[in-house]
Design a protein around this ligand. Structure first.
Ligand SMILES: NC(=O)c1ccc[n+]([C@@H]2O[C@H](COP(=O)([O-])OP(=O)(O)OC[C@H]3O[C@@H](n4cnc5c(N)ncnc54)[C@H](OP(=O)(O)O)[C@@H]3O)[C@@H](O)[C@H]2O)c1
Length: 262
């Protein structure tokens, strides 16, 4: 990206992941300013990367940054943002999934551009997948080195991806349950886990390596007719697995939409 100074208000988990991903190999060297509140994390980043410095307070982050990244929790967001003075034309990147741009704009109360993003922790290893809204060339350029970027053309599409991103816990939950079942049947948990993690990981790579193949085709390709995989999915479907998945997605989407409307 162009070397715009990036300022982070909120130096938590996701800020650390983004900073580590951006500065990991020394190829990209944006100057980065982080807010001081999370003392040990901010100090760790500043000690690890010469491009990172700690601001005296949140306002100093805003004053010195061209792009202000809001990486605070929704519960404190309004109080934190309303206290800050932004410059006309400043770029604001909000990671606060639960607050839409209109509400955030009212809190900022200045003529800034607002882009929302949902980076995931894998950005630290540059294997992230980041949804952004609205499409924005500078923000795309910021996140592209950190993995896949998906630009949502509408807020509705962005909210759908926010809801889908909540499948992370269920992915591990599915693994957890299947490992639990295997170990109840007598396989050592460590072996059950190693087996299933390798299986899921290979399936993920297969889907990623065949973007043109439909998922239905992949399912058929990996399910011998009348075989065990076909039986597994059939029982999953008929016993309510798909219905539960859709209900879970619907309920999370409803929450995302409700939160956004404040
Ligand atoms: N983690 C993710 O994977 C992820 C992904 C996408 C979006 N997000 C969003 O990003 C935001 C941050 O998430 P997170 O997981 O990084 O949370 P987090 O680890 O709790 O980080 C939030 C940070 O904000 C700091 N903070 C609290 N009050 C502050 C204030 N007045 N001024 C400056 N900093 C303050 C906290 O400091 P203290 O610890 O001292 O309270 C903490 O370090 C949330 O809105 C979340 O929804 C997170």
């Amino acid at each position: 990206m162009a070397e715009a100074v990036l300022g982070f208000v909120g130096t938590g988990t996701i800020t650390q992941a983004i900073v580590e991903g951006l500065l990991a190999d020394g190829r990209a060297t944006p100057d980065i300013i982080v807010s001081p509140r999370s003392v040990s994390r901010a100090a760790q980043l500043a000690a690890g990367y010469p491009n990172v410095r700690i601001a005296s307070d949140n306002q100093a982050v805003v004053d010195d940054a061209e792009i202000v990244v809001l990486a605070i929790r929704p519960q404190v967001a309004e109080a934190v943002v309303r206290e800050l003075r932004f410059r006309t034309g400043q770029r604001v990147l909000s990671l606060i999934a639960a607050v839409d741009s209109e509400r955030l704009g009212r809190w900022i109360d200045a003529d800034v551009s607002i882009v929302r993003a949902v980076p995931l922790p894998f950005v630290a290893e540059r294997h992230g997948v980041t949804a952004i809204f609205p499409p924005d060339a500078a923000m795309r350029a910021l996140f592209e080195p950190l993995g896949t970027v998906v630009e949502s053309p509408t807020v509705e599409a962005f909210e759908l991806l926010c809801a889908a991103s909540a499948l992370m816990g269920t992915y591990f939950g599915l693994l957890e349950r299947a490992v639990g079942w295997l170990s109840e049947q007598g396989i050592a948990e460590v072996d059950a886990r190693a087996y299933l993690v390798a299986l899921f990981s290979s399936l993920g790579r297969t889907a990623q390596g065949a973007p043109q193949a439909s998922l239905t085709d992949l399912r058929h390709e990996f399910s011998t007719r009348g075989g065990l995989n076909e039986q597994m999915f059939s029982v999953f479907e008929t016993q309510g697995g798909t219905a539960a998945l859709i209900e879970a997605l619907d309920s999370v989407l409803a929450r995302v939409r409700q939160q956004n409307q404040g």
